[in-house]
Design a protein around this ligand. Structure first.
Ligand SMILES: [Zn+2]
Length: 279
Protein backbone atom coordinates (compact mmCIF):
# COMPACT_ATOMS: atom_id res chain seq x y z
CA UNK A 1 0.00 0.00 0.00
CA UNK A 2 1.39 3.40 -0.99
CA UNK A 3 0.36 6.45 0.96
CA UNK A 4 -0.77 9.33 -1.21
CA UNK A 5 2.09 11.05 -2.95
CA UNK A 6 2.06 13.30 -6.05
CA UNK A 7 2.94 11.36 -9.20
CA UNK A 8 2.01 8.00 -7.65
CA UNK A 9 -0.31 7.08 -10.57
CA UNK A 10 2.23 8.20 -13.18
CA UNK A 11 2.18 10.69 -16.05
CA UNK A 12 -0.64 10.66 -18.59
CA UNK A 13 1.62 11.39 -21.57
CA UNK A 14 -0.92 13.52 -23.40
CA UNK A 15 -3.48 16.21 -22.57
CA UNK A 16 -6.59 15.27 -20.57
CA UNK A 17 -9.63 14.68 -22.77
CA UNK A 18 -12.45 15.30 -20.30
CA UNK A 19 -13.55 15.96 -16.74
CA UNK A 20 -15.48 14.14 -14.03
CA UNK A 21 -16.94 16.36 -11.31
CA UNK A 22 -17.39 14.23 -8.20
CA UNK A 23 -19.20 14.85 -4.94
CA UNK A 24 -17.02 13.85 -2.00
CA UNK A 25 -18.68 12.08 0.92
CA UNK A 26 -17.57 14.81 3.31
CA UNK A 27 -19.44 16.89 5.83
CA UNK A 28 -18.77 20.55 6.61
CA UNK A 29 -15.29 19.71 7.93
CA UNK A 30 -14.18 18.20 4.60
CA UNK A 31 -12.41 21.38 3.48
CA UNK A 32 -9.47 21.86 1.12
CA UNK A 33 -7.15 22.30 4.13
CA UNK A 34 -8.55 19.10 5.65
CA UNK A 35 -7.90 17.09 2.46
CA UNK A 36 -4.41 18.52 2.20
CA UNK A 37 -3.60 17.15 5.67
CA UNK A 38 -5.50 13.89 5.29
CA UNK A 39 -4.36 12.64 1.88
CA UNK A 40 -0.73 11.98 2.93
CA UNK A 41 -2.08 9.56 5.56
CA UNK A 42 -4.38 7.86 3.06
CA UNK A 43 -3.47 4.91 0.81
CA UNK A 44 -3.32 6.25 -2.75
CA UNK A 45 -4.92 3.07 -4.08
CA UNK A 46 -8.10 3.99 -2.19
CA UNK A 47 -8.45 7.02 -4.44
CA UNK A 48 -7.63 10.67 -4.93
CA UNK A 49 -8.70 13.39 -7.34
CA UNK A 50 -6.73 16.18 -8.98
CA UNK A 51 -8.68 18.93 -7.22
CA UNK A 52 -10.73 19.40 -4.04
CA UNK A 53 -13.05 22.41 -4.26
CA UNK A 54 -14.32 23.57 -0.90
CA UNK A 55 -15.50 26.56 1.12
CA UNK A 56 -11.89 27.47 2.04
CA UNK A 57 -10.55 27.31 -1.51
CA UNK A 58 -9.21 24.72 -3.92
CA UNK A 59 -6.60 22.11 -3.00
CA UNK A 60 -4.78 20.70 -6.02
CA UNK A 61 -3.56 17.26 -4.98
CA UNK A 62 -2.08 16.23 -8.32
CA UNK A 63 -0.77 17.91 -11.46
CA UNK A 64 -3.09 17.89 -14.46
CA UNK A 65 -0.35 16.13 -16.47
CA UNK A 66 -0.40 13.16 -14.06
CA UNK A 67 -3.04 10.45 -13.68
CA UNK A 68 -5.27 10.44 -10.57
CA UNK A 69 -7.17 7.42 -9.22
CA UNK A 70 -10.53 9.15 -8.96
CA UNK A 71 -13.18 6.95 -10.56
CA UNK A 72 -12.17 3.26 -10.39
CA UNK A 73 -12.37 3.04 -14.19
CA UNK A 74 -9.09 2.53 -16.04
CA UNK A 75 -9.92 4.64 -19.11
CA UNK A 76 -11.43 7.59 -17.24
CA UNK A 77 -8.83 7.54 -14.47
CA UNK A 78 -6.20 7.81 -17.16
CA UNK A 79 -7.76 10.33 -19.53
CA UNK A 80 -9.97 12.56 -17.36
CA UNK A 81 -9.28 15.21 -14.73
CA UNK A 82 -11.08 14.48 -11.44
CA UNK A 83 -12.57 17.40 -9.48
CA UNK A 84 -14.22 16.84 -6.10
CA UNK A 85 -17.01 19.25 -5.15
CA UNK A 86 -16.56 18.93 -1.38
CA UNK A 87 -18.79 19.12 1.70
CA UNK A 88 -21.56 17.28 -0.14
CA UNK A 89 -23.10 15.99 3.09
CA UNK A 90 -23.26 19.47 4.62
CA UNK A 91 -25.11 22.75 4.15
CA UNK A 92 -26.81 23.07 0.76
CA UNK A 93 -25.77 26.68 0.09
CA UNK A 94 -22.13 25.85 0.80
CA UNK A 95 -22.26 22.76 -1.40
CA UNK A 96 -23.86 24.75 -4.25
CA UNK A 97 -21.08 27.33 -4.00
CA UNK A 98 -18.42 24.59 -4.08
CA UNK A 99 -20.14 22.98 -7.06
CA UNK A 100 -20.24 26.33 -8.86
CA UNK A 101 -16.53 26.87 -8.21
CA UNK A 102 -15.91 23.35 -9.56
CA UNK A 103 -17.69 24.40 -12.79
CA UNK A 104 -15.48 27.51 -13.00
CA UNK A 105 -12.37 25.37 -12.54
CA UNK A 106 -13.66 22.88 -15.14
CA UNK A 107 -14.19 25.79 -17.56
CA UNK A 108 -10.58 26.90 -17.09
CA UNK A 109 -9.38 23.33 -17.74
CA UNK A 110 -11.55 23.05 -20.88
CA UNK A 111 -10.16 26.35 -22.18
CA UNK A 112 -6.60 25.24 -21.33
CA UNK A 113 -6.78 21.99 -23.35
CA UNK A 114 -9.36 22.88 -26.02
CA UNK A 115 -11.93 20.48 -24.55
CA UNK A 116 -15.49 21.10 -25.81
CA UNK A 117 -17.96 20.31 -23.01
CA UNK A 118 -20.41 17.68 -24.26
CA UNK A 119 -21.89 14.30 -23.25
CA UNK A 120 -18.61 12.51 -24.02
CA UNK A 121 -16.21 14.93 -22.34
CA UNK A 122 -18.20 15.74 -19.18
CA UNK A 123 -18.97 12.40 -17.57
CA UNK A 124 -20.68 11.52 -14.30
CA UNK A 125 -18.87 9.12 -11.99
CA UNK A 126 -21.99 6.90 -11.87
CA UNK A 127 -21.84 6.48 -15.67
CA UNK A 128 -18.42 4.82 -15.49
CA UNK A 129 -18.62 2.94 -12.17
CA UNK A 130 -21.32 1.58 -9.86
CA UNK A 131 -21.61 4.47 -7.38
CA UNK A 132 -24.10 7.10 -6.22
CA UNK A 133 -21.56 9.86 -6.97
CA UNK A 134 -22.35 12.69 -7.70
CA UNK A 135 -25.20 12.06 -5.26
CA UNK A 136 -25.87 15.65 -4.11
CA UNK A 137 -25.71 17.08 -7.62
CA UNK A 138 -28.13 14.36 -8.76
CA UNK A 139 -30.57 15.31 -5.98
CA UNK A 140 -30.28 19.03 -6.81
CA UNK A 141 -30.26 19.01 -10.61
CA UNK A 142 -32.95 16.75 -11.99
CA UNK A 143 -32.21 13.17 -10.88
CA UNK A 144 -31.58 11.60 -14.33
CA UNK A 145 -28.07 11.35 -15.73
CA UNK A 146 -29.18 13.31 -18.80
CA UNK A 147 -30.55 16.20 -16.71
CA UNK A 148 -27.54 16.40 -14.44
CA UNK A 149 -25.12 16.28 -17.37
CA UNK A 150 -27.05 18.97 -19.21
CA UNK A 151 -26.77 21.21 -16.15
CA UNK A 152 -23.03 20.54 -15.73
CA UNK A 153 -22.33 21.17 -19.43
CA UNK A 154 -24.37 24.39 -19.51
CA UNK A 155 -22.62 25.82 -16.45
CA UNK A 156 -19.14 24.94 -17.75
CA UNK A 157 -19.95 26.49 -21.14
CA UNK A 158 -21.25 29.61 -19.41
CA UNK A 159 -18.01 30.03 -17.46
CA UNK A 160 -15.81 29.26 -20.47
CA UNK A 161 -17.22 32.34 -22.15
CA UNK A 162 -16.78 34.37 -19.01
CA UNK A 163 -13.27 33.53 -17.87
CA UNK A 164 -12.36 37.16 -17.13
CA UNK A 165 -14.71 37.18 -14.15
CA UNK A 166 -12.88 34.28 -12.48
CA UNK A 167 -9.32 35.41 -13.18
CA UNK A 168 -7.50 36.18 -9.92
CA UNK A 169 -6.15 39.36 -11.50
CA UNK A 170 -9.61 40.82 -12.00
CA UNK A 171 -10.97 40.43 -8.49
CA UNK A 172 -9.59 41.32 -5.10
CA UNK A 173 -8.75 38.40 -2.85
CA UNK A 174 -11.00 37.33 -0.04
CA UNK A 175 -9.08 37.99 3.19
CA UNK A 176 -9.93 34.56 4.58
CA UNK A 177 -6.52 33.42 5.79
CA UNK A 178 -6.25 30.51 3.34
CA UNK A 179 -3.80 30.81 0.45
CA UNK A 180 -5.24 28.87 -2.46
CA UNK A 181 -4.64 29.34 -6.17
CA UNK A 182 -5.89 32.96 -6.24
CA UNK A 183 -3.64 34.15 -3.42
CA UNK A 184 -0.56 32.32 -4.74
CA UNK A 185 -1.21 33.59 -8.28
CA UNK A 186 -1.39 37.15 -6.92
CA UNK A 187 1.95 36.62 -5.17
CA UNK A 188 3.49 35.19 -8.33
CA UNK A 189 2.23 38.11 -10.37
CA UNK A 190 4.05 40.54 -8.07
CA UNK A 191 7.20 38.48 -7.48
CA UNK A 192 7.65 37.51 -11.16
CA UNK A 193 8.12 34.09 -12.77
CA UNK A 194 5.55 31.40 -13.54
CA UNK A 195 1.92 32.16 -12.58
CA UNK A 196 0.25 28.83 -11.83
CA UNK A 197 -1.34 29.38 -8.41
CA UNK A 198 0.71 26.57 -6.90
CA UNK A 199 3.66 25.97 -4.61
CA UNK A 200 5.21 22.79 -5.93
CA UNK A 201 8.37 21.04 -4.90
CA UNK A 202 8.14 21.20 -1.11
CA UNK A 203 9.10 18.42 1.31
CA UNK A 204 6.94 17.03 4.12
CA UNK A 205 9.24 18.99 6.46
CA UNK A 206 8.96 22.35 4.68
CA UNK A 207 5.20 22.02 3.98
CA UNK A 208 4.42 21.92 7.70
CA UNK A 209 5.49 25.58 7.95
CA UNK A 210 2.82 26.73 5.45
CA UNK A 211 -0.31 25.06 6.91
CA UNK A 212 -2.72 27.71 5.54
CA UNK A 213 -1.47 27.27 1.95
CA UNK A 214 -3.79 24.83 0.19
CA UNK A 215 -2.15 24.36 -3.24
CA UNK A 216 1.15 22.78 -2.23
CA UNK A 217 2.81 19.59 -3.37
CA UNK A 218 5.71 17.49 -2.14
CA UNK A 219 8.18 16.83 -4.93
CA UNK A 220 11.22 18.01 -3.00
CA UNK A 221 12.78 20.14 -5.72
CA UNK A 222 11.99 23.58 -4.32
CA UNK A 223 9.56 26.16 -5.63
CA UNK A 224 10.16 29.12 -7.94
CA UNK A 225 7.78 31.42 -6.08
CA UNK A 226 9.45 30.57 -2.74
CA UNK A 227 12.87 31.32 -4.26
CA UNK A 228 11.57 34.69 -5.50
CA UNK A 229 10.14 35.42 -2.06
CA UNK A 230 13.41 34.45 -0.35
CA UNK A 231 15.42 36.70 -2.65
CA UNK A 232 13.10 39.61 -1.83
CA UNK A 233 13.33 38.85 1.91
CA UNK A 234 17.13 38.61 1.77
CA UNK A 235 17.27 35.09 3.28
CA UNK A 236 18.95 31.94 1.90
CA UNK A 237 17.43 31.06 -1.49
CA UNK A 238 16.63 27.32 -1.61
CA UNK A 239 12.96 27.20 -2.69
CA UNK A 240 11.75 25.56 0.55
CA UNK A 241 9.33 27.33 2.89
CA UNK A 242 11.22 26.62 6.12
CA UNK A 243 10.90 28.43 9.46
CA UNK A 244 13.64 30.98 8.62
CA UNK A 245 11.81 32.11 5.50
CA UNK A 246 8.43 32.26 7.23
CA UNK A 247 9.77 34.16 10.24
CA UNK A 248 11.41 36.72 7.92
CA UNK A 249 8.10 37.10 6.07
CA UNK A 250 6.18 37.44 9.36
CA UNK A 251 8.57 40.16 10.50
CA UNK A 252 7.91 42.09 7.28
CA UNK A 253 4.15 41.57 7.64
CA UNK A 254 4.12 42.65 11.30
CA UNK A 255 2.53 39.45 12.61
CA UNK A 256 3.79 37.11 15.38
CA UNK A 257 7.00 35.34 14.27
CA UNK A 258 6.24 31.72 15.13
CA UNK A 259 7.62 30.36 11.84
CA UNK A 260 4.29 28.90 10.69
CA UNK A 261 2.33 30.65 7.92
CA UNK A 262 -1.12 30.06 9.33
CA UNK A 263 -4.34 32.04 9.00
CA UNK A 264 -3.01 35.24 10.67
CA UNK A 265 0.02 35.40 8.38
CA UNK A 266 -1.99 34.66 5.25
CA UNK A 267 -4.62 37.30 6.11
CA UNK A 268 -1.87 39.94 6.44
CA UNK A 269 -0.42 38.73 3.15
CA UNK A 270 -3.82 38.88 1.40
CA UNK A 271 -4.40 42.46 2.59
CA UNK A 272 -1.02 43.44 1.15
CA UNK A 273 -1.65 41.59 -2.12
CA UNK A 274 -4.94 43.45 -2.51
CA UNK A 275 -2.82 46.60 -2.27
CA UNK A 276 -0.45 45.38 -4.94
CA UNK A 277 2.47 44.28 -2.73
CA UNK A 278 3.75 41.22 -0.85
CA UNK A 279 5.20 43.37 1.95
ZN1 LIG B 1 -17.04 10.25 -7.57
Amino acid sequence: MTNFYPGVAGPRGYNPTGIIIHNDAGSQIGTAAWYRNWLPTHPAEAGFAHYYVSSDGIYQAEKESNVAWHCANRKYNHDFIGIEACQSMGDEAIFRQNEDNAFKLAAQICNRYGITPNEQTIMLHKEVFATACPHRSVALHGESNANVKAFFIAKIKQYMGNSASISPSKTSLAVDGYAGASTISAMQKILGGTINGQIWGQTKYSAQFIPAFTTVSLEGKGSEVVRKLQAKLGVAVDGFAGPGTIKALQTKLGVPTDGYAGVTTVKALQINLNNGKVF
